[in-house]
Design a protein around this ligand. Structure first.
Ligand code: BG6
Length: 328
């Protein structure tokens, strides 16, 4: 038996394959070769919500990325609590966005200006990506690379040719790196974001450090323009702020819990969001009582920070999320 057969054989359940319209393990793996430590630390099968996933269990962490949306739904460094929040009401199906984890947003953020027919937060969080590569070290650090490109369906909304790759690195920290390539003949402008949902104990005692002096648009105040005058941003109601022109590291702090450090590169926007009571109640895929238990601090390029990508060029945006106390 080859390495590919043995690793896949452990992970993929025949019933799941047929439910997903896949005929064999190689349909799932899509030609990806599994060798060396990958066979020890990685399995392929039903992830959260029953969608196809690459699952990691190694001495340094446990985690999972769905092919749907290239969506990381689980990450727990060894000896720590889960980093990512996923709603109990999340919907897991083609065409829907998963409420929680790390949604990947491209080529527009939020509602698309002037296009009410276009979906919120772009085109790639609700579609299946392809598994491109999986690699692992002997210590149990695993990198999974997924890709997606334009189709007739995406061009009907946004008429550009593109290739995206998302590399997810499962280690003592969680790394995500998005490469946007313009495979068309003309330059395009796009917005990008990682929209991670972090678990917190109670949002009312959470602070987000790292935004002092940064100008922001407050969506809950009719896009009012303000400048952050607090060293630590606190939450006392619905909060939806787009901080502009900032490349700095943020830290999510809460008494009695390890802080979460969010480093980024290739990103000039940071979005901070908690829906609070009324918005939580209005969202069908979010429990009414779940809002105290999460916060989104997003690494993005939005509005004036949108990316210009010339024909044939690529741009990258990366983020690393780690608990203080978890080694690097
Ligand atoms: C945030 C936006 O990034 O995402 C909010 O700033 C929005 O305005 C939130 O409500 C959730 O969006 P969605 O499409 O996942 O419900």
């Amino acid at each position: 038996m080859t390495g590919q057969q043995s690793a896949a054989g452990r992970g993929v359940d025949g019933k799941l394959l047929s439910r997903l319209g896949m005929h064999s393990e190689s349909d799932f793996l899509q030609g990806v070769e599994l060798t060396g430590p990958v066979q020890t630390f990685v399995t392929f099968g039903a992830g959260t919500g029953g969608l196809p996933a690459v699952r990691v269990k190694s001495p340094v962490c446990e985690g999972e990325v769905l092919l749907h949306g290239a969506h990381v739904t689980r990450f727990t460094p060894a000896g720590m609590e889960p980093l990512l929040f996923v709603s109990d009401r999340a919907v897991f199906r083609d065409g829907a966005a998963v409420r929680g984890g790390v949604p990947v947003i491209f080529p527009w953020f939020g509602p698309r200006a002037g296009h009410p027919e276009s979906p919120m937060h772009g085109l790639v969080r609700t579609r299946a990506w392809k598994l491109l590569r999986v690699a692992a070290t002997a210590e149990g650090v695993v990198e999974v690379v997924l890709g997606i490109g334009d189709t007739a369906e995406t061009r009907a909304h946004w008429d550009h040719s593109f290739r995206l790759e998302l590399a997810v690195r499962f280690a003592t920290d969680l790394g995500v790196r998005l490469t946007v390539s313009n495979s068309g003949a003309e330059a395009f402008r796009c917005e990008t974001a990682f929209h991670p949902y972090f678990v917190v104990g109670d949002i009312r005692s959470v602070g987000v450090r790292g935004l002092l002096g940064v100008p922001y648009l407050s969506k809950t105040e009719g896009m009012a323009r303000r400048v952050e005058d607090e060293e630590v941003v606190r939450f006392s109601g619905e909060t939806d702020r787009v901080y502009c022109g900032t490349e700095g590291t943020c830290v999510i702090e809460e008494p009695g819990r390890p802080s979460v450090v969010l480093e980024k590169r290739g990103s000039r926007t940071t979005v901070v969001w908690n829906p609070w009571i009324a918005k939580a109640a209005a969202m069908a895929d979010f429990g009414d009582a779940e809002w105290p238990g999460m916060v989104c601090v997003e690494q993005a390029n939005v509005g004036d920070d949108a990316l210009e990508v010339s024909a044939g060029q690529s741009v990258e945006m990366g983020a690393v999320y780690r608990f203080t106390g978890s080694s690097r």
